[in-house]
Design a protein around this ligand. Structure first.
Ligand SMILES: *[C@@H]1O[C@H](CO)[C@@H](O)[C@H](O)[C@H]1NC(C)=O
Ligand SMILES: *[C@@H]1O[C@H](CO)[C@@H](O)[C@H](O)[C@H]1NC(C)=O
Length: 794
């Protein structure tokens, strides 16, 4: 099979905060007659021409299967086709036996057969934080906040019932004529009632999940509707393009104000591909439909752990989308703070990490000894813990992590229980409530640093940093310990702590597939974001929670991604001729790295300065992206060169392009290295201490002055220990020369011995081109081998 490696079975986890995905490696021998779902990539010469007529496509692929399997007597059990694809990939998804799949893969007419897997949702005040006020340059230039732009949201569907974020706007003109999508009706989704000039598309794709369910005991039933039963898709759609809603908040108190999508005038087309679980065949079906519908932007807050682009169906589908001119934003994932945890790794997609804003949901915690701490919570309701209440540590009353059923009611009744960290605080709080406790304090993990999860608890409860929790734990073992929790409130503070900061959970680089392509690309607000919510699920997503809310506050790179989708929609409206790569370049070269205190943006796990592997190019700055000066553009040809440079075969390249296999497609590009891809960032992995790496770039002048002259300036071009020689160091543009090329040659200026003093083999800086008016900033990041490894190599 294309991917013989056992895949990580990822729980579809809709917990608030970081997705607590525990990858359990299931290594099971595949039985020859075991039936599962596969994606079959078919050679273009054997596939029908691209069409929207899926019935015709499916008939053609049914015949194709018969012709291939019947002569060798493998036609039983008869394979069933779940989807035929013509836009997001070339081929189909089908239920096949392992033998049938293996036989198909051996055919010259088949490029690859890839088993279906589950991908995960990347969950865990934003427009004003982004500087998008009505008078800001981007809002002025974006033609009514992106009214002619359609954002396709690939997610858990949408809940439009009685949700003002998706209501019809009589002042808005008809949807753009080039949009060919629409809404489907189901028993619980009345398209006539719910769809309008704001919500212009609502479709669902559940075949992959339904098929997977048939063989997995205990899995959730598939939702056969565009209706969002989860909340995630509704939340993401409202962040990208929700209409302004005044007086929005969670529980009439938290994050009060006007809730507004980033591109509040843009249209939303929702594709429910996670009706119970996000299978790759359903995701690709959603993207396939969105391409056919002619959306302008795709927002994909989903990712998997597949570490090879030709085995990543979302990377392939995104390639086709970008080739069709669609901007694709995807989430970096919530597996931080470890290194190389980032997902969605292709250069054509915009990979978004998550950062905090200047807003916190705080409560005041006070101990009997007079000491005070900040707690973090979204609790709303009666508060018996306002006054001093007896305090116990869970470890002293049955369960350090406050697991359900393990706390001793006689020792917990009427008390505040301090719990060690464990997955979901809201579940732990509920266990304390079940045992008769009055309140709960939930410790964060040590690795979380200053990151804490404010949650909509079912009893008075707060999250605490690890350090504070340790101190409170010590106090809980003194005689007659008591504590109070009060003043649950929203705090907006631009001074302490400085913002933005990179969230602990935000996945980090370097890029494990192509270290030369920096990932994540940028960060955007993704911590405790207010967005619309489904009426089918509670804010805590616990079944025991009967509360229903119109808005909820959740965190994740999932929430950061639609912010960037919305900004891209505004840029598309303002700069209709820019390619997806040009929009991406503009967002990256104008991103900022300075926080509200004037220092470098910090990351929350250690409190230290963040570098490109945490920040990417930095925090998005929508208004500056409107006028970047120069752009690093790229098209399909550049992406093919990149795939060749990765060492992919002509057949693997054909999986992306959907064109015939061109035998010499890569031999023609032999001298192009991965690092030469025209990326707006530099990432160099030195292999030895005397390694010398040259990378090529081309920049196009998109500024007002066609005769601009750019020179190197601003930041120091070379960090200590690394030499960067830029050639030429002056770029002169005119009407005939709108694009100019340059090279940078990087070398290490240190001996292995000198490198001993620094424990980390990493440095970063930035390359800046300036014409006096614009600053075109590209992050540069360098890694090199540990000295001992190098000495051994010599
Ligand atoms: C759907 O909504 C429309 C408009 O409100 C209504 O006329 C129609 O009867 C509804 N259809 C169903 C099946 O409920
Ligand atoms: C560098 O580190 C290696 C191993 O940690 C050690 O053996 C060596 O003596 C160190 N060299 C210097 C110059 O400190």
């Amino acid at each position: 099979m294309g991917n013989r490696k056992a895949f990580a079975v990822v729980l579809l986890c809709c917990l608030l905060g970081v997705v607590a995905a525990v990858p359990a490696e299931h290594v099971e021998p595949v039985q020859d007659d075991a039936i599962s779902t596969y994606m079959v990539h078919v050679a273009s010469s054997h596939s029908p021409r691209a069409t929207r007529n899926t019935a015709r496509l499916t008939r053609a692929y049914t015949t194709f299967l018969q012709d291939t399997l019947l002569p060798v007597g493998m036609n039983a059990p008869a394979p069933s086709i779940l989807y035929s694809y013509a836009h997001a990939m070339t081929g189909f998804a089908a239920r096949l036996t392992a033998r049938q799949a293996a036989h198909l893969e051996a055919q010259p007419s088949v490029h690859a057969v890839i088993p279906d897997t589950l991908y995960e949702l990347h969950t865990t005040l934003s427009s004003s934080f982004l500087g998008l006020t009505p008078s800001s340059p981007l809002m002025m230039d974006s033609n009514g906040a992106g009214t002619d732009v359609v954002i396709g949201v690939i997610d858990t569907g949408i809940y439009p019932k009685d949700r003002a974020s998706f209501a019809a706007d009589p002042s808005m003109r008809r949807p753009p004529r080039c949009f060919r999508g629409g809404c489907v009706s189901t028993p619980d989704f009345n398209a006539t009632e719910y769809c309008n000039n704001k919500l212009v598309g609502a479709k669902f794709f559940h075949e992959g999940h339904a098929a997977m369910m048939s063989s997995v005991i205990g899995s959730a039933p598939a939702s056969k509707s565009p209706l969002d039963l989860d909340g995630h898709g509704t939340h993401c759609a409202s962040i990208a393009a929700g209409a302004p809603v005044t007086g929005a908040s969670l529980f009439r108190g938290y994050a009060p104000g006007t809730a507004k999508g980033t591109a509040s005038g843009a249209r939303i087309a929702s594709y429910n591909v996670c009706g119970g679980g996000c299978t790759t065949v359903d995701i690709v079906a959603g993207i396939n439909e969105a391409i056919a519908d002619n959306v302008d932007v795709l927002s994909i807050s989903i990712g998997g752990s597949i570490r090879n682009l030709y085995n990543d169906p979302v990377a392939i589908a995104s390639f086709r989308a970008v080739r069709a001119g669609i901007f694709v934003a995807s989430s970096a994932g919530n597996r931080g703070p470890g290194r190389a945890t980032v997902g969605n790794l292709s250069p054509w997609t915009m990979t978004v990490g998550a950062s905090s804003m200047n807003r916190q949901f705080r409560a005041s915690v006070k101990l009997g000894n007079g000491k005070t701490f900040n707690g973090y919570s979204l609790y709303a309701g009666a508060n018996p813990c306002r006054t001093m209440t007896p305090l116990v540590y869970g470890g002293d009353v049955g369960s350090a992590r406050c697991e359900a059923g393990k706390l001793e009611p006689s020792k917990v009744a009427g008390k505040i229980v301090l719990c060690d960290s464990r997955g979901s605080g809201v579940v732990q709080g509920y266990a304390v409530k079940q045992a008769g406790g009055a309140g709960a304090m939930i410790a964060s993990r040590k690795i979380d640093g200053e990151y804490t999860r404010a949650q909509p608890h079912l009893l008075p409860a707060v999250a605490l940093t690890y350090g504070d929790a340790m101190e409170i734990r010590k106090y809980s073992r003194t005689p007659n310990p008591v504590a109070s929790m009060s003043r649950f409130r929203t705090v907006i503070d631009v001074v302490t702590p400085p913002s933005p900061r990179v969230a602990t959970f935000s996945s980090r680089g370097p890029n494990p597939v192509a270290p030369e392509i920096l990932k994540p690309d940028v960060i955007a607000p993704g911590v405790q974001i207010l967005g619309a919510w489904t009426g089918e699920s509670s804010p805590s997503q616990l079944d025991v929670d009967t509360r229903r809310v119109k808005f909820n506050i959740i965190s994740g790179t999932s929430m950061a991604t639609p912010q960037v989708s919305g900004i891209a929609a505004l840029l598309k409206a303002a700069r209709p001729k820019w390619s997806p790569a040009a929009i991406k370049s503009a967002l990256m070269t104008t991103a900022y790295n300075v926080d509200s205190s004037g220092g470098v943006i910090k990351e929350m796990s250690t409190g230290k300065e963040a570098g490109p592997f945490e920040l990417g190019a930095g925090h998005v700055d929508p208004n500056r992206a409107l006028d970047p000066g120069l752009v690093y553009d790229a098209d399909e040809d550049d992406y093919i060169s990149f795939l060749c440079a990765l060492g992919y075969t002509p057949t693997q390249v054909a999986i992306f392009t959907g064109d015939g296999v061109v035998k010499d497609i890569c031999t023609k590009r032999k001298d192009v290295a991965v690092g030469d891809h025209n990326y707006p960032a530099f990432s160099v992995a030195f292999k030895s201490y005397d390694d010398k790496v040259t990378q090529r770039r081309a920049v196009r002048n998109v500024g007002n002055n066609v005769n601009a002259v750019y020179t190197l300036g601003g930041y120091r071009a070379s960090p200590r220990g690394v030499r960067a020689i830029v050639n030429p160091s002056r770029l002169v543009f005119d009407a005939e020369h709108q694009t100019q090329e340059y090279t940078v040659t990087f070398s290490l200026r240190m001996s292995p011995a000198a490198s001993n003093s620094s424990s980390q083999q990493e440095a970063h800086s930035a390359l800046v081109w300036t014409d006096g008016e614009h600053k075109v900033i590209s992050p540069m990041v360098f890694t090199w081998p540990a000295p001992t490894a190098n000495v051994a190599a010599m």
